[in-house]
Design a protein around this ligand. Structure first.
Ligand code: THU
Length: 140
């Protein structure tokens, strides 16, 4: 089966995955992870060419810690909205990491099935990382 095309192709500017990874590493350097000692940084391209980022922010009440992707989605909306087209996230060593299940759902809301993810197994559309996703279309 042919994977769906990214939400938007490289019409704005070609995607520089290395630069996107660097933006994620930069965000990771500002993570607040005193409990897990597992800093995470995330970065994504928006369909207008912007880059948005986020880092994880933990809490003394462990269960309410925020994943890096939460910050990224907040950055997306707070900087003008739009659709996520390309995404990467890194761990404390700067290595590419897979987003957790909850964060795949967060990303689905703003990128849909065609959002292209950089993973340790290569570039994959979100439709392969979150098959049969529940999304806004179900509520229409
Ligand atoms: N974490 C993220 O920020 N994003 C993910 O997709 C995976 C997990 C964070 C949550 C927690 O602060 C730390 O990594 C360890 O689980």
């Amino acid at each position: 089966m042919t994977p769906p095309a990214p939400a938007q192709d490289d019409r704005v500017a070609p995607v520089d995955w290395e630069a996107l990874r660097e933006a994620a590493r930069d965000a990771m350097s500002r993570a607040y992870a005193p409990y897990s000692h597992y800093p995470v940084g995330a970065a994504a391209r928006v369909d207008d060419g912007r880059t948005v980022t986020g880092c994880n922010v933990e809490n003394a009440s462990y269960g309410i810690g925020l994943c890096a992707e939460c910050g990224l989605v907040s950055d997306l909306l707070n900087s003008g909205g739009g659709r996520l087209t390309h995404f990467t996230c890194v761990d404390g060593r700067g290595e590419v990491l897979v987003p957790c299940g909850r964060c795949r759902q967060l990303l689905y809301e703003f990128g849909g099935p065609g959002l292209l993810l950089e993973t340790p197994a290569g570039l994959l559309p979100l439709s392969e990382m979150l098959p049969q996703a529940f999304g806004p279309e179900h509520l229409a």
